[in-house]
Design a protein around this ligand. Structure first.
Ligand SMILES: [Zn+2]
Length: 357
């Protein structure tokens, strides 16, 4: 979901001759309101279907406009089990301008890729040698949707004869970015919707959702010929915060959310904690004496750890564990509480990088 700088809610608040980038506060507020509205329609009013879990993050383009990446996981009874379900949720064609004029206009305005390829070789999506579109446009015509093995599905993109002048070139169905017609009609923005049913594509999307901020190593030298390469400085992170992102953070708008809430349990084998290849016993650490005077400063770190107040918010996720997760959690905690050593192996589905309980 990408912010549309031409949303009426933004345009009508701008003074004459001003544009959306002049009002990052307005852009951030309107996008946040639209996002909350969309969440309400998806998660409470179930306009698509019922979702059992979701995760989303907000990102900001270099030019500043915010966008959101969502990963939605359907409840078992709503899983997309046949190709009709795919076609109901994901569209990849230009609607007939006579039968669906408004929808046609929205797709042409927001959901057409390019042009790129031989029509415009200088397009930013043209990469590698020989140059080709990194998003693989134009796609091939497809008479019907096909579910591919361990990758994204191929959607119905028929050679319907409908084509449109988009940014100076005549484009057809092969240039349509996948969308959901309900969401596009309701929110008037660029929203790419895809179904990912195989574990490989789920892993890819999850990684994309958490890929983090774009960062670049930047070094500016006054006299180029005297540059001495400082390898430490090379690793300095330079983070560009755009005005809408700054406003987003100042207003404390949500940057990411996950439901149900999950927590990572760090598990270690006995005496195999991460300590530069040594076990804790090799480090000659002072023994913690239960009767020690913590005020002396000798055990200030221990004291600090002991004085941490665990907030309710961090205890609440415990209630959302399912019965198997709860069993694993209780079993591990029982060993800790009873000071009874144990080794636990927790298996995760193939392809998951982190293990969550
Ligand atoms: Zn392209």
């Amino acid at each position: 979901m990408t912010c549309n700088s031409k949303w009426p809610e933004i345009l009508r608040e701008l003074l004459p001759s001003r544009t959306a980038p002049d009002r990052p506060d307005l852009v951030a507020r309107v996008f946040c309101a639209k996002l909350e509205d969309m969440k309400d329609h998806i998660f409470k009013k179930h306009i698509l279907c019922k979702f059992g879990a979701y995760v989303y993050v907000i990102e900001f383009q270099k030019r500043g406009l915010p966008h959101a990446h969502f990963l939605l996981i359907m409840t078992p009874e709503h899983k997309m089990t046949n190709l009709d379900h795919y076609d109901k949720n994901v569209c990849a064609e230009i609607p007939d301008p006579n039968r669906y004029p408004q929808m046609h206009e929205l797709v042409v305005q927001h959901m057409m890729h390019g042009p790129c390829g031989h029509l415009r070789p200088s397009s930013p999506c043209m990469q590698s040698k020989p140059k080709k579109c990194r998003f693989r446009y134009p796609k091939q015509f497809n008479d019907k949707t096909m579910q591919a093995e361990d990758s994204y599905s191929l959607y119905q993109q028929r050679n319907s004869g409908i084509n449109m002048n988009v940014r100076g070139n005549i484009l057809d169905n092969r240039w349509v970015v996948l969308y959901n017609s309900k969401l596009l009609m309701m929110f008037n923005y660029h929203i790419n919707v895809e179904a990912c049913s195989s574990i490989t594509s789920v892993k890819y999307v999850f990684k994309y959702v958490y890929k983090g901020h774009d960062k670049q190593v930047v070094q500016i030298d006054s006299e180029e010929e005297r540059v001495v390469i400082n390898e430490i400085r090379r690793f300095q992170d330079a983070c560009y915060v755009s005005p809408p992102e700054a406003i987003w953070r100042i207003f404390s708008f949500i940057l990411s959310q996950m439901h149900p809430y999950m927590m990572v349990l760090q598990l270690h084998l006995p005496n195999k904690q991460m300590s530069m290849g040594k076990s804790l016993n090799d480090l000659d650490l002072p023994m913690v004496d239960a009767n020690a005077n913590f005020q002396s400063g000798e055990f200030c770190e221990v004291q600090e750890e002991c004085s941490i107040v665990v907030e309710d918010e961090h205890l609440r996720p415990l209630d959302s564990l399912n019965s198997n997760q709860k069993y694993a959690y209780d079993e591990i905690m029982r060993h800790i509480d009873e000071d009874c050593p144990g080794v636990f192996f927790i298996d995760g589905p193939r392809g998951t990088v982190n293990i969550f309980l």
